[in-house]
Write a protein that binds this ligand. Structure first.
Ligand code: NAD
Length: 485
C-alpha cells in the first residue's frame, strides 16, 4: 500500500468527522491487490439521526443566504479540489482501482467542474414575473429542503459532487451515502466543502449498505432522493420515495447502442468504441456495449479494434503509464466472468480477451465478442465490465429498430460522415444522452440522464436545477375582490 487511506472516522456529520464503532464493519479493498486499505463502520441509527438533525437545522439559514454567497463557497471548494487533484486522484484510484491516468482527468476534475458551474449558477436562480392584465403573478424558486444522495461505486468523487453541487446551489442540505464498496472519496468532498466555508450540517456523509440507504430514503424528514445505481435498487428507492411523495432523480443502468455506418471514419469509430467500453474497465453506466457495425466494414472495424486493444497497458493503476486497471471487486469480476462464459456458450465469437489476468487483484482482459445476436444475454443485460459485443446490420431503419429494442434508454451513439443521417438516428434513438461521432463525454454544461428504465430526471446543466428546487406561485391582485355573493 502506497498511500494513507484510512480516514479519520467513518462519517462526516455536522461539519466534523464522526465515528460510531457500533455499526457493522466495512472493509475497503484496493482492487489492484486485494489488500484491505481501510476499515470503516456502517452508520448506526444514532449517526443517521445526527445527520438528519444537523442537516435540517442548517438548511433554512443556508437557503436565506444570497445565491452569490452560496456560490462563492462552492467555487472556493472547486479551487481546492483542483489544487489537490493529484492526491484526490490517488485516493480515487485506491478506492476504485481505476488507473491514475484516468482519475487525474475524470474524477476530482469533474467534481470541481460541477462545483464551479453550480457555484456560478447559484446567483442566477430567480423566479418569473407573469403579467395578468391589471393583476400579476410571480414565482419564487425555493429549495426542496433535505436531499439524500446515494452513490454507485464507479465514480465516487464525481457522483458526490454531481449531486451535492446543484443541491447546495439551490439552498438545500444534503446527506450523501456512498457505495459501501468505495466509501473513501466522498469524505474528502465533505472535508473540502467545509474548508471552503460551508456551514456545518449542510453536506453530511454517512456510510453503509442498502439498509442505511433505505433508512434515509424512507425518513419523513427527507424531501428528495437522488440515486445513482442499478435498476433493481432504483425500483426499491423510487417506491420508498413514492410513499412520502418525495422528489426523485434516478440515474440507473443501461445497455446502450453505438452504431457505426460504413461511411464513418473507422479509426474514430474504434476510438469511440474503446472509450465507450473499456474506460474504467467498462464500469460506466452509459457505455455503448452493443456496437452495431454495418456489414461492409465489419472486418476492418474488428481488425483495428483488436490491434488497438493490444496496445492497452494493463497493470498497476498507480503507474501513470497504465491505461487499463482491474475491476472494482471480486464480486464484480465473478459477475462479468459469468457473462463471458455464457456468451461463449450461446455461440458468440470471442474475438479477443475473455481471460482473467495472472496478477493479484481483479484484472480481466478487455473482451470483444462478434457474431452477437439481439436475443443473446450479452446483448440484452448490463454487464458492467470490459465486454464489448459487436452486432452486424445492413440498413438504417433496421439498426434503429434493433438499437431501441431494449428496456433501457441511457445513451446512444452514431458514427457516420452523413450528418443528415446522424440527426435522423439521434431523433429516433430512445435514449436520454446521445452522441454523434464521439462517445461518453459528460461535460457539466450538458444534461445527463436516461429515459425508459435508465432513469428519471437529469444531472448537470441548468436541467439539474429543476430537480433540486421547486416553484412557489404568488398571485397578486391589484384591484378589489369580486365574489358571487
Ligand atoms: P447498486 O444499485 O447495487 O447500489 C447503488 C447504491 O444504492 C449503493 O450505495 C447501495 O448501498 C445503495 N442501495 C442498495 N439498496 C438500497 C436500498 N434498498 N435503499 C437505498 N439504497 C440502496 O449499484 P452499484 O453496483 O453500486 O453500481 C452499479 C450500477 O449503477 C449499474 O447498474 C450502473 O449502470 C449504475 N450507474 C448508473 C449511473 C448513471 O448515471 N446512470 C452512473 C453510475 C452507475
Amino acid at each position: 500500500m502506497t498511500y494513507d487511506t484510512q480516514p479519520k472516522a467513518s462519517h462526516f456529520v455536522a461539519g466534523a468527522y464522526l465515528e460510531d464503532t457500533g455499526g457493522a464493519e466495512i472493509e475497503v479493498i484496493y482492487p489492484a491487490s486485494g489488500e484491505v486499505i481501510a476499515r470503516l463502520h456502517s452508520a448506526t441509527p444514532k449517526v443517521i439521526e445526527a445527520a438528519i438533525t444537523s442537516a435540517r437545522a442548517a438548511q433554512k439559514e443556508w437557503a436565506a443566504m444570497t445565491g452569490t454567497a452560496r456560490g462563492r463557497i462552492l467555487r472556493r471548494a472547486a479551487d481546492l479540489m483542483r489544487a489537490r487533484n493529484r492526491e484526490l486522484s490517488q485516493l480515487e484510484t485506491m478506492d476504485t482501482g481505476k488507473p491514475l491516468q484516468e482519475t487525474l482527468v475524470a474524477d476530482a476534475t469533474s467534481g470541481a467542474d460541477a462545483l464551479e458551474y453550480f457555484g456560478g449558477v447559484a446567483a442566477t436562480l430567480t423566479g418569473q414575473h407573469i403579467p395578468l392584465g391589471q393583476d400579476w403573478a410571480y414565482t419564487i424558486r425555493e429549495p426542496l429542503g433535505l436531499c439524500v444522495g446515494i452513490g454507485a461505486w464507479n465514480y465516487p468523487t464525481q457522483i458526490a459532487c454531481w449531486k451535492g453541487a446543484p443541491a447546495l446551489a439551490c439552498g438545500n442540505a444534503m446527506i450523501f451515502k456512498p457505495s459501501e464498496t468505495t466509501p473513501l472519496c466522498a469524505l474528502k468532498v465533505a472535508e473540502i466543502l467545509h474548508e471552503a466555508g460551508l456551514p456545518a450540517g449542510l453536506y453530511n456523509v454517512v456510510q453503509g449498505m442498502g439498509d442505511v440507504g433505505a433508512a434515509l430514503v424512507s425518513d419523513p424528514r427527507v424531501d428528495k432522493v437522488s440515486l445513482t445505481g442499478s435498476v433493481p435498487t432504483g425500483r426499491k428507492v423510487y417506491a420508498a420515495a413514492a410513499e412520502g411523495i418525495r422528489h426523485v432523480t434516478m440515474e440507473l443502468g443501461g445497455k446502450s447502442p453505438l452504431v457505426v455506418f460504413e461511411d464513418a471514419d473507422i479509426e474514430d469509430a474504434v476510438s469511440g468504441a474503446i472509450l465507450g467500453n473499456f474506460y474504467s474497465s467498462g464500469q460506466v453506466c452509459s457505455n455503448g456495449t452493443r456496437v452495431f457495425v454495418q456489414r461492409s466494414v465489419l472486418e476492418p472495424f474488428l481488425e483495428r479494434l483488436t490491434a488497438r486493444l493490444a496496445d492497452a497497458v494493463i497493470g498497476d493503476p498507480l503507474d501513470e503509464a497504465t491505461s487499463f486497471g482491474p475491476l472494482v471487486s471480486q464480486r464484480q469480476l465473478d459477475i462479468v466472468q459469468g457473462f463471458i462464459a455464457r456468451g461463449q456458450a450461446t455461440g458468440a465469437r470471442l474475438v479477443t480477451g475473455g481471460q482473467r489476468l495472472d496478477l493479484p487483484g481483479y484484472y480481466l482482459q478487455p473482451t470483444v465478442f462478434a457474431d452477437v445476436t439481439d436475443e443473446m444475454e450479452i446483448a440484452r443485460e448490463e454487464i458492467f465490465g470490459p465486454v464489448l459485443s459487436v452486432l452486424t446490420f445492413d440498413d438504417e431503419e433496421e439498426v434503429l429498430r434493433r438499437a431501441n429494442d431494449t428496456p433501457y434508454g441511457l445513451a446512444a451513439g452514431v458514427f457516420t460522415r452523413d450528418l443528415a443521417r446522424a440527426h435522423r438516428m439521434v431523433a429516433g434513438f430512445e435514449a436520454g444522452t446521445c452522441y454523434i461521432n464521439t462517445y461518453n463525454l459528460a461535460p457539466v454544461e450538458m444534461p445527463f440522464g436516461g429515459s425508459k428504465l435508465s432513469g428519471v430526471g437529469r444531472e448537470n446543466s441548468m436541467a439539474a436545477i429543476e430537480h433540486y428546487s421547486q416553484l412557489k406561485s404568488v398571485y397578486v391582485s391589484m384591484g378589489t375582490v369580486e365574489a358571487p355573493f
